[in-house]
Ligand binder design. Structure first.
Ligand code: HEM
Length: 417
């Protein structure tokens, strides 16, 4: 026996999702007073859910699968085809082990060092400029960081184009028209360029440093002991490069938070590493980034008296879970202090997905993201002085991904000596 799931009346609700953006699922969880409801997107029955318990079942590999779940427009831009995101079971676990092996303490330390160096080079340049747009500058810093860390050689005159192409993959999945095509074209260009590089590595003409992403992925063998196809290697290397460049979005929100909450800036200046970590966690919880993730019901099951039918498209609300009043006190208040007493749960704080890194699809780069954010925070608070002139610092709760409208302009930049 099962109950009927709360559902939205009407033929299709794609327009409501586009109108309400990050708040779409949360708004309905509130009005239905239910963490799960049924709706229709692009003519297809879809289950939406959010909250800790919902995340727990979403990450149960017996109940949900990823193969075939990602919409095409996401694959054509952000994900690419046949990457780790769409794998299940042992195949997924084996590929994911390769990704997680890149996140060793030594490799993360190398990432922090490179990030420091690239920030330093950039700020030396900023001092002589009238003004900078932080979002674009940080994307370029991170593109350089990503390529160095991943062992991908790039000519100096190729950095700007590569930054733009990787940024377009991040900004285009939900866009329409030319902005969407920018993402597709960007992906095609970078996949082609990487394809040639991968062939040169396999031919012995290029030797990436040991233990870098390029080295590991090019020589990774699947469960049948075969090397991955060149196209798949390119997709997985882009999973690293693009994702590191995407941290620019969080760094823009760090700058916004430091500007909006001057009392936080003062606390951060005391140099307490634990507080810096708490601040970064709160930025990841509070600001909008990934709205939700998708999976398909693997086989019929009943949860909380509701029936989930095989192959139903299902969304897990990341933003809404990070703002769920059942988990977070005053969820709409920016308060790093909440992380001082935070009882860790892999399902309640899920800006980069939840669950287990190896058995599930939780973001492989979560630790890397936190480290890069901490270095950037240190520059913004302790190592730089700058003015934030009048500009439109508001950000949309509808456009995905959300970016402060001005992309944050700094003037009169000086290094603290
Ligand atoms: C900019 C900050 C980042 C955000 C907001 C983010 C967010 C996410 C999310 C939401 C997922 C999907 C989780 C799921 O489907 O259950 C994911 C997966 C993934 N992320 Fe990240 N990510 C970020 C940075 C990174 C970085 C820096 C890397 C690598 C260096 C990375 C590599 C990956 C990979 C490989 C996956 C696929 C994991 C799998 O399917 O098993 N991400 N990320």
């Amino acid at each position: 026996m099962s109950n009927t799931m709360p559902h939205e009346d009407g033929i299709d609700h794609t327009l409501s999702l586009m109108r309400e953006g990050y708040l779409y699922i949360l708004n309905r969880r509130r009005s239905f007073n239910s963490d799960v409801f049924e709706t229709r997107f692009l003519g297809r029955k879809t289950i939406c859910m959010g909250g800790k318990e919902a995340a727990e079942i979403f990450y149960d590999p017996e109940k949900f699968k990823r193969e075939g779940a990602a919409p095409n427009r996401l694959k054509e831009t952000m994900f690419g085809k046949n990457g780790v995101q769409g794998l299940d079971g042992q195949k997924h676990r084996h590929r994911k082990e390769m990704f997680m092996s890149l996140m060793s303490p030594n490799n993360l330390k190398r990432l922090t060092d490179i990030t420091n160096e690239e920030w330093q080079t950039a700020v030396n340049k900023w001092e002589s400029l009238d003004q900078i747009t932080l979002y674009e500058e940080v994307q370029e810093i991170l593109c350089r960081v990503a390529c160095r860390w991943a062992g991908v050689p790039v000519q100096e005159d190729g950095i700007k184009n590569l930054t733009n192409d990787l940024a377009a993959m991040i900004e285009s999945p939900a866009a329409v028209g030319p902005s969407h095509w920018k993402g597709r074209n960007g992906r095609n260009r970078v996949e082609k360029w990487l394809g040639e590089l991968i062939t040169s590595v396999r031919d012995g003409q290029v030797e990436p440093p040991e233990n870098t992403a390029l080295d590991r992925i090019v020589w990774h063998r699947d469960l049948d002991k075969n090397l991955l196809d060149t196209e798949v290697v390119a997709v997985e290397v882009i999973n690293i490069l693009r994702s590191i460049v995407a941290i620019a979005l969080f760094i823009n929100f760090i700058a916004l938070a430091v500007h909006h909450y001057p009392e936080e800036r003062e606390k951060l200046k005391l140099g307490d590493e634990k507080y810096a970590q708490m601040f970064v966690q709160e930025v990841r919880r509070y600001y909008p980034f990934f709205p939700f993730i998708t999976a398909l019901v693997k086989k019929d099951f009943i949860w909380n008296n509701f029936r989930f039918e095989k192959d139903t498209l299902t969304f897990l609300d990341l933003y809404g879970t990070n703002h769920d009043p059942k988990i977070w006190e005053n969820p709409d208040r920016f308060n790093p202090q909440r992380f001082a007493e935070w009882k860790k749960s892999p399902f309640s704080f899920i800006p980069q997905g939840g669950g287990d890194y190896l058995w599930g699809h939780r973001c492989a780069g979560e630790w890397a993201t936190i480290e890069v954010m901490k270095v950037s925070l240190d520059f913004l608070v302790n190592r730089l002085e700058y003015d934030v002139p009048d500009q439109d610092l508001s950000y949309s709760m509808v456009n995905m991904p959300s970016i402060p409208h001005s992309k944050i302009i700094f003037k009169n930049i000086k290094q603290k000596r």
